[in-house]
Structures are given as C-alpha cells and as structure tokens.
Design a protein around this ligand. Structure first.
Ligand code: IPM
Ligand code: MG
Length: 398
C-alpha cells in the first residue's frame, strides 16, 4: 500500500470535513427571508445560456414584457441581461461561474436562467463544474421546487428537492486513491435537512395538504439519509395536523407510475440526487422534461429555470427555432408568483395549461412538423390575454 495515498486521503478528507462544518455553521446564522413587496426596483436578471437557451429566452422575455408592462414603466421592476454565463466564457475562465458574472448575479434579486451546457469528462469542453450546481451553491438556493400536474389523472405533486448538498456539494471534489479506487462524498447537514423539510411542511400547511412524503434510502445509506429522516421526524412533530411518511427512493420511483397509488402523494421532500432523478421521471409523465419549470429558492436570492438541457443538437441540426419555450415560460410564471405577482402568475399558469395540456390549438414538436417557439409563444400570449381565460380554463378542468 502506498503510504502517500493514505496521507493524501487524510488531508483531502480533513479539508472536506472542515469546509462542510463551516458551511453548516454558516447556515445556522442565515439571514431572514427577503421581502419583495418593499423593494423598488425588483431586479430581474436574465441569463440566456447555451444552445437553444437564447432562442427560448427571447420568448420568455417577451411574455414578461407583456405581463409586467406597468411595473416596468413605474419602476417597480427592472430587467438586466447577464452576459457571460456561456460555455465559451466559462471554459475560457475555467470556472463554472466567472467572478464578474457572479458579481452581476448577486446584484439582482431574482434570476431567470436558460439552460447552460454542463461539461462532462471526455467532452469537447474542459470538465468544469455545472453552472447550475455552482449557482445554487453560491447563492445558497437551498430549495428546488418542482410542481408536476396531470389534471386528467388526479396527479398534483410538488417536489421539494434539497438543492445544495447531498451528492452534489462535493461532486467535483472526489478522490482517486491510486488508479483503481474512486471516491465521491455525500454530505447532509442537520440545518440543511431542517430548512428544506420545514419548507415542505410549511407549504403543505399553507395549502391545506395533510400529508408529506419523505424520500430517502436510509435503509442502506445510513448516516446521511438517516439524518435526513431523523430531521423529518423532528420537524414533523411541529406540524400536528400533517402526517408524514417515509418512502425509499426505489419503490417511490415505481409507485410514481402506479395510477392507484400515485394520486395519494402531494408534497414530496428529498435529498438532492433523488430529487434530480424523481423530478425527471415525474416531468416525463406530465408530457416531457421540456414541460416542467423549476424554482431554486433561497432566503436572499432565487433563480428560475427550465429543467431540460441546452439541446445543442437541435441548434446544430438547424431546429433551434422549433425549441419549446413552455418550460422556461413556466419558470417565469413561478418567478412572478415568488416575487408577489400572484394574480399575473395565475393567469400565465392557466394559459400555459390550456395551451400545452388541453386545447392544444397548435402543436410544437421540436421539428418542422409543428409550429416554431415564437408561434407557440404567440398562442400562449393570446390565450393569456383573452377575456374569457377563466371560463376557458374551467371548461377544461371542471
Ligand atoms: C437539473 C439538472 C442539473 C442537476 C444538471 C444540469 C447539473 O439535471 O436541474 O435537474 O443535476 O441538478
Ligand atoms: Mg435533473
């Protein structure tokens, strides 16, 4: 056995432990929630991203310009474009988020982010960390909230995915012990588990939902998932009207496609990687990962994004203009809701549901067999602004 490796391992692990204890301590002294109603202006930053990102961003921006017309005119809301979160610029700086870009992000209150390329080993770009993962960590966006609805089948789920720690926090800090043995590390902290669980239980209480489903693999991954479950027990006690249930990720994945069982789930909360996987599965049932939006929420900042990727192939094949902007527009709606424009968000959400799930007057297929993203956005805008939006919505949903 090479003694050097053991020494390196000790040092590597000690550094990780130190950084994670510091992070956990910092969480305990975190600030209070920001109050958007007192802000003027609320600064909304746009990151246009890679691949189809700029194309679908233009449509999302168009929607927001319509929805927030008055607020832009009276100075309540201000838009900012953040250049530089492109794969080319990130690769040039060899950083997930170059320093000046991070500064610009931190000068905003909320961010609408189009998909960014996540490099991988052996790919065309240097294997730097994902911009999503870095932004979630740097801005402490600890909750990833992903609603999934299939109205015809009684499915109405809201996923609360822990968004900064778990398998992700040290995802780029693994350790190769020699040539043959690879380690990665998973970290769950008590304050980290507590804040995401609390958010899920609070959401359930606010919305009159009486069950919370906690997903782990605590029977096998005992220390970290065990702590998550222990915190669920503890936090759950503070919500007497709400019963919580523990499920393991494997059977949960199966039961999401069981029509008899799945309607019982409403609020689901889980560590990072399980949430990553489960929300793709759920979004696919709703009509594809391109149909979902995702809110990354922290106390000071929040970032809203589509959950699909940057689809470079679509652009290479000249199909960029057929990319579906619905997911990013949905994310824009979640952003409106988060910063307090609840009625506007509601209208936009209803228009999106009508266009993507019910009426489907025009179809977007990602190819020239359907309409372009611009045309689809026109359809959404038209539906949102039609005076009989409410009646139309009720006629579909009953
Ligand atoms: C998501 C994505 C990201 C994640 C990737 C792009 C790093 O899959 O938002 O779910 O794994 O969180
Ligand atoms: Mg994912």
């Amino acid at each position: 056995m090479d003694k050097n490796i053991l020494e390196q391992a000790q040092q590597h692990f000690a550094e990780l432990v130190k950084s994670q204890i510091e992070r956990s301590e910092k969480m305990k002294s975190a600030l209070d929630w920001i109050d958007y109603s007192t802000l003027k202006p609320i600064i909304i930053g746009f990151c246009w991203g890679d691949g189809i990102g700029p194309i679908i961003s233009r449509e999302a921006e168009r929607v927001l310009n319509v929805v927030l017309k008055d607020e832009i005119n009276n100075g309540k809301v201000q838009f900012r474009t953040i250049e530089g979160l492109t794969i080319e610029n990130r690769a040039a700086h060899m950083k997930a988020i170059p320093d000046d870009v991070l500064q610009e992000l931190k000068a905003c209150h909320v961010i609408l982010k189009a998909p960014t390329t996540t490099p991988e080993k052996g790919g065309p770009y240097p294997n730097i960390e994902s911009a999503n993962v870095a932004m979630r960590r740097e801005l402490d966006l600890f909750a990833n909230v992903r609603p999934v609805k299939i109205p015809g089948e009684g499915v109405d789920w809201v996923f609360f995915r822990e968004n900064t720690e778990g398998a992700y926090i040290l995802g780029s800090k693994g350790f190769m012990a020699g040539d043959d043995v690879a380690f990665d590390f998973k970290v769950i902290t008590r304050p980290g588990a507590e804040r995401i669980l609390r958010m899920a239980f609070d959401f359930a209480r606010k919305n009159g939902i009486n069950t919370v489903t906690v997903v782990t693999k605590a029977n096998v991954v005992k220390t970290t998932d065990g702590l998550f479950l222990e915190m669920a027990e503890r936090v759950g006690k503070e919500y007497p009207g709400i019963k919580w249930e523990g499920w393991y990720i494997d059977i949960m994945t199966a039961k999401l496609i069981d029509p008899k069982r799945r309607t019982q789930f409403r609020v689901l909360v889980m560590p990072n990687l399980y949430g990553d996987i489960l929300t793709d599965e759920a979004a696919e049932m709703q009509g594809g990962v391109g149909t979902a939006g995702s809110a990354n929420i922290g106390k000071r900042y929040a970032m809203f994004e589509a959950i699909h990727g940057s689809a470079p192939r679509m652009v290479e094949e000249g199909r960029g203009k057929y990319a579906d902007p619905s997911s990013l527009i949905k994310a824009a709606g979640m952003m409106l809701n988060h910063i307090g424009f609840v009625d506007k968000a509601d209208k936009l959400g209803k228009a999106l549901e009508i266009c993507t799930q019910f009426e489907k007057k025009v179809k977007i297929t990602g190819r020239d067999t359907g309409v372009t993203g611009r045309e689809f956005c026109d359809y959404i805008l038209e539906t949102m602004q039609s005076p009989d939006l409410q009646e139309k919505y009720i006629s579909f949903t009953g």
